[in-house]
Design a binder for this molecule. Sequence first.
Ligand code: BJW
Ligand code: ZN
Length: 272
Amino acid sequence: MATRKLADYAGFRRVLDESKSIAVLTGAGVSAESGIPVFRGAGGFWRTHRSQDLATPQAFAANPSLVWEFYHYRRNIAFNAQPNEAHKALALYENKCNKEGKSLTIVTQNVDGLHQRAGSANVVELHGALHKVKCTNSKCKFIDENYDNPICEALRGRGDPAEDNYDLPLIDKKELPSCKRCKHLVRPYIVWFGENLDVKVMTAAREAIDTCDLCIVVGTSSVVYPAAMFAPSAAERGVPVAEFNLNEEPADEKFSFHFPGPCGSTLPRALG
Ligand code: BJW
Ligand code: ZN
């Protein structure tokens, strides 16, 4: 990448002003300044488990009690978190786009709902949402919204990795969250590793990426597919890609702009 494009706010501004259709791909880093742990690196552990080892259908089948404890912890953090300056800057900019007849779509890998709570309306949630559950009964599969905290009594006081409660007995399936319709066990409505993304969601995301004339990538390590291929595919078509990440180096050398640093500071400056 040419160094002139490092933190080139004026150059980015010119491209931004000319763009008509903006796709914004976000990852855990956009919510880090709201106090939500990222997945990889130091923040990516819950107790002794790597987060990505618990976010699998195999982990849930083997130990639904443990996985629900992990998600109770994650729900508690997300429900109590507040949108930060990066979420707010994106919501404000979407509003500006709407007034000017431009479009802005956020394609997020996050499941915390903070973009919507900041005021963004056009959001595609690639990996599901913490406030939703899905019935595990293959004849039912009912998807429901649920903001209860805790989601069931048996999870009360559980899940905090800072507390010395690692050795509590497992919660019986009958006491874990159950389906409103058929009473079977429900699971978090989250796309776990090895699971396919929802077809409609994937179509909406591809549409945003394939039609954009500017792609903005915020706070993602760009290692999890299919999201990891979105920005590179836009760059392949010659669309400028601007990355905002704590990392000094861009995730892909084809990206046009790189803004290193906390996106709660860099993004409002770039979009303001
Ligand atoms: C800041 C900051 C600040 C910090 N400011 N920046 C092709 C090739 C190889 C493998 C595969 C492939 N296709 C599919 C796979 C398998 C797998 C995969 O990609 N594996 C890779 C790890 C290799 N993908 C899947 O299984 C997906 N399914 C699928 O593709 O189905 C078809 C298929 C299956 C199997 C084989 C082939 C095809 C599903 C992926 C589902 C991911 N789910 C999770 C968990 C749910 C969320 C939850 O429980 O809460 O989603 S995993 C986890 O990673 C989570 C995240 O959304 C996702 C991405 O992480 P993200 O957002 O990038 O976070 P981090 O922590 O990695 O990075 C944070 C970044 O922010 C860092 O860069 C920091 O520097 C930065 N940062 N603070 C700015 N303040
Ligand atoms: Zn059901």
